[in-house]
Design a protein around this ligand. Structure first.
Ligand code: 1HN
Length: 364
């Protein structure tokens, strides 16, 4: 029995008599179907995810990523990426129902040619120091722990002028764009889109607690496109001095668009959290299935009967409405992302701490 059926079995469909079955069969040819046969699977009492919790150990994944470097060039592949496929959604290029994730490799001297698409992308740097991504004429050099944004419909290419490979996790809203059938994409005429702004321009202008006088953001996405790890890590370390630890999340921050105070991306929320050595979190669940990348430390996330034993550079996913808690054996830092902004804009986001009442129903 699938999870979907388990959900619907809470209340069973009406009995199937031979007359009814024959009637259903007859209407099928006219592209018609009875709602009462499917209603309980369609409108579940709570979220029932086809996605499964899963852990990708970096030690197991990395050899496949490096092997890709021998199989195909970044230029030929266009984007040389190994997809992180949710085991419950095989073949769908999804890590959750709404999000795509993969691991991209750029070797020294390579270029991933310029293109643009309707989907928004984030890069979270897992390994390496010195490769770059360029977005609409500004280049940023990346290193481990940096969170980099490629907004929807911006020209972007990647390259690596360093002497070491770089691996990052791509997170994209491709399943949302495709659900809505709104995908457009095009390649740039040259391999590289011309640079017209100095490195670090966006962080200097928008990442210092100021914006240029009269600034109006023309896009839904943060004007900062590289949020360096040292700043985020510094904020968490400072918070540690005074802040109370959240029993579920430890110390957790969300990345913001400084021009609006909203999440940094319109479709994807991004977070960083610090769990101190010995942290034993209390259970939590929310409707936004979440992808985690371990930046530092070691611990586990217990979800249902599974214990995902994670360490540095591992990636794991917790599907929608899956009760889970985190434990840390040493100071641990976790980056994460989900489709929370979309759910919140639609009034659909809910969360629950332990056995407390569910939070998020309108009017409650
Ligand atoms: C894409 O354009 C990139 O630009 C990475 O680096 C991964 C996965 C699906 C669709 C487009 C990139 C992607 C992607």
């Amino acid at each position: 029995m699938t999870k979907q059926e388990a959900g619907s079995a809470l209340e069973s469909a009406p009995e199937r008599t031979p007359e009814r079955t024959a009637y259903y069969k007859r209407m099928e040819g006219s592209n018609l179907a009875p709602l009462w046969e499917v209603l309980h699977g369609l409108v579940t009492k709570e979220p029932v995810s086809r996605a499964q919790p899963n852990l990708w150990k970096y030690d197991e994944v990395r050899p496949f990523v490096m092997e890709a470097g021998e199989m195909i060039t970044a230029a030929e592949a266009e984007r040389r990426v190994i997809i992180l496929e949710n085991p419950g959604l095989k073949g769908e290029s999804k890590i959750t129902q709404s999000l795509y994730a993969g691991l991209q490799l750029i070797l020294p001297g390579e270029v991933a040619p310029a293109h643009r698409h309707a989907a928004s992308a984030l890069r979270f740097i897992i390994e390496g120091d010195g490769a770059f991504t360029a977005v609409d004429g500004e280049k940023t050099i990346m290193k481990e722990g940096d969170f980099v944004i490629t907004p929807s419909w911006t020209w972007h290419d990647h390259g690596n002028d360093s002497n070491q490979p770089m691996v990052w996790m791509d997170g994209l809203d491709v399943p949302i764009v495709n659900l809505l059938e709104t995908s457009f994409a095009e390649n740039y005429e040259d391999e590289i889109f011309p640079l017209d702004r100095p490195d670090g321009d966006s962080l200097a202008r928008y990442g210092a607690g100021v914006v240029p006088l009269g600034y109006v953001n023309k896009s839904e996405t943060s004007p900062i496109f590289n949020y360096p790890y040292e700043r985020t890590r510094g904020a968490l370390e400072k918070m540690r001095e005074l802040e109370e630890w959240d029993t579920c999340h430890g110390l957790k921050v969300q990345y913001v668009n400084p021009a609006s105070g909203d999440f940094a991306m319109p479709t994807i929320a991004t977070f960083m959290q610090l769990l101190p050595k010995g942290f034993r979190g209390t259970p939590y669940c929310s409707t936004d299935g979440t992808v985690y990348s371990v930046v530092e430390g070691r611990g586990r996330t217990v979800v249902g009967v599974q214990s995902l034993e994670w360490g540095k550079r591992d990636i794991f996913v917790i599907p929608s409405w899956s009760h889970h808690y985190h434990e840390a054996d040493e100071d641990a830092v976790l980056f994460s992302f989900s489709d929370r902004p979309v759910q919140q804009k639609l009034g659909l986001w809910r969360e629950q701490r332990g056995n407390d009442p569910i939070v998020g129903f309108p009017g409650a």
